[in-house]
Every structure is written in structure tokens, then in C-alpha cells.
Ligand binder design. Structure first.
Ligand code: ADE
Length: 273
């Protein structure tokens, strides 16, 4: 996977993506990160890449020419025209399904705007996808690009130590991840659930799956509509719904509303085994 980031702040992207798992994958040659400075493509003698908006208004707008020229120079270099993902709060909200789809590409271009945005004509000419990381406004597209690159990269074969861990995790199958424990067996009087010490793999798997369903129902019930549950698991979910009060929003969950089910392992319901 080769990422090309069109930005006015290449050092921000380079330093942010040079560490930990992504940095290691770059060092191994599984990923490459090419931060392209849009400013290098301005033809203005003072190096300006922005100007005031036609029609008036606050702030500055990034000009079309340096953005398009930076992309065209990249296309000439690659001999193809890769997808251009524009980072904008007006885009579709990025999620795991979009990440899986993007992870199949060989080249991806991330276009990061600053100031009041980019001249619409550049966007019309080169952008293939507009993506947001959530309903809030940041000062630029670099952080969203880094978030997406991190998420997509861990789905690229060879980036994680074990490809299995990318699969069995929150949002795989639209279920949240089950709780994890490590040594010691007892911490401050809190015990690791017995089943995890049993060595009985089938029981452990069943327990984890139930924990995932329970967590998803408590924390993100919206995801369950798209989850792939077996007949037995559907019955379990119905039992959960009948036994616990339904958490009606993230707000009630986050503020530890007493409507939330009480816990025997992290956040499990008392009377469901
Ligand atoms: N640029 C500014 N805010 C953004 C957001 N929420 N997502 C993507 N790009 C952005």
C-alpha cells in the first residue's frame, strides 16, 4: 500500500506516522508514506497557495492550481490516476467497512485542506471520495488522514503481527470486542473470570462471543442490526433485552445512568449466565 498525502504540513504527517506499528511496516517496505508539499507546486513568486474568497467572507481559500498540479505531477510519476480522498467534515463518515474497502487499493491519495477549504474547482477536478472522521470541525485534514491511514494500514496483510487480531476485534462482524485480562489473576480483589482460566477453548469462545453481544447491546445497540448472529445468539440477545433495561443512548451509557445493566465482568448483566 502506498499512501500519498497532499498537504501544506508534510512534517506533521511524516512524524505522526513514523512510529510504532505503522513505522515498522514502513521500515519493512509493506507500506510507504509520501508526504507531498502542495507549496512546492505554486507558481507564485512569494510561494502563496491561498487567497481571499470571491464574494467576501472570513479566512483564506487554498487555490486550485497548486493542488491540481501536485496531483498531476504524482500521476505522471506513477503512470496512473489513484483515488483521491478529500478530508472534509462534509464527507461520508469513515468507518471500518470503508477502511476494508480502501485497504484493497494499491495507491491512495489523501488531500488535506487548511484555512477555509480548497477552491471548489480543484475538488471537482480530482476528488473521487470525500471523507470525514466525525461531526466536528478540525483545523486541517492532516489528523483525519492520519486516523484513516492508521486504520486502513492495520488491515493490510503483514502490518499486524497476526492477521487474526485485525479480524477478531471491535467492529469485525459489527460487534464490539469482549473484555481482555492478563496477569495477575487477582488485582485489588478483582478476579479474572473463571472460564478464562479453565483452558476449555470452546467454553472460552462461547463466553467471549456472549460478552461481545452483551457489550454491543449495552454500548452500541445500533450496530446489532448489522451483526451476523446465530439462532442461539439471537435467543441470547432476546434474553438480554428482557432481563436488562435497554440503554437508550450513548449519553445514558457514558454518564453511567442507573438504567445501565450491572456487571459481573466489566459490564455484564447480573442474571444472565
Ligand atoms: N477537516 C476538518 N474537520 C474534519 C473532519 N471532521 N473530518 C475530516 N476532515 C476534516
Amino acid at each position: 500500500m502506498n499512501y500519498h498525502i497532499l498537504t501544506l504540513f508534510p512534517e506533521m504527517v511524516e512524524s505522526g506516522l513514523n512510529t510504532s506499528i505503522i513505522g515498522r511496516a514502513v521500515a519493512k517496505g509493506i507500506l510507504s508514506i509520501d508526504a507531498i508539499n502542495i507549496r512546492d507546486y505554486t507558481k507564485e513568486k512569494h510561494g502563496h497557495v491561498d487567497d481571499t474568497p470571491y464574494g467576501g467572507g472570513a479566512g483564506m481559500v487554498m487555490q486550485a492550481a497548486p493542488v491540481c498540479d501536485a496531483y498531476e505531477a504524482l500521476c505522471d510519476r506513477l503512470g496512473k490516476r489513484p483515488r483521491v480522498l478529500y478530508m472534509t467534515p462534509q464527507g461520508s463518515v469513515f468507518n471500518q467497512t470503508i477502511a476494508q474497502e480502501l485497504a484493497r487499493e494499491e495507491e491512495l491519495v489523501f488531500l488535506c485542506g487548511h484555512y477555509e477549504g480548497i477552491d471548489e474547482r480543484a475538488l471537482e477536478r480530482i476528488v473521487t471520495d470525500s471523507l470525514s472522521i466525525g461531526d466536528y470541525v478540525l483545523t486541517g485534514g492532516e489528523l483525519p488522514a492520519m486516523v484513516m491511514i492508521d486504520c486502513i494500514s492495520r488491515l493490510v496483510p503483514g502490518v499486524l503481527g497476526s492477521d487474526l487480531s485485525a479480524e477478531i476485534e471491535s467492529f469485525h462482524d459489527n460487534l464490539l470486542e469482549y473484555p481482555q485480562y492478563t496477569r495477575p489473576e487477582i488485582y485489588e480483589g478483582m478476579r479474572v473470570p473463571e472460564v478464562l482460566l479453565s483452558g476449555h477453548h470452546k467454553n472460552i469462545e462461547e463466553w467471549r462471543r456472549k460478552q461481545s453481544i452483551r457489550r454491543t447491546w449495552e454500548r452500541r445497540p445500533d450496530l446489532l442490526e448489522r451483526a451476523n448472529l446465530s439462532g442461539k445468539e439471537r435467543i441470547y440477545l432476546e434474553e438480554l433485552k428482557n432481563t436488562c433495561n435497554s440503554p437508550d443512548s450513548m449519553v445514558s451509557y457514558n454518564s453511567c445512568d442507573e438504567k445501565r445493566c450491572s456487571s459481573d465482568a466489566g459490564n455484564a448483566c447480573k442474571n444472565i449466565k
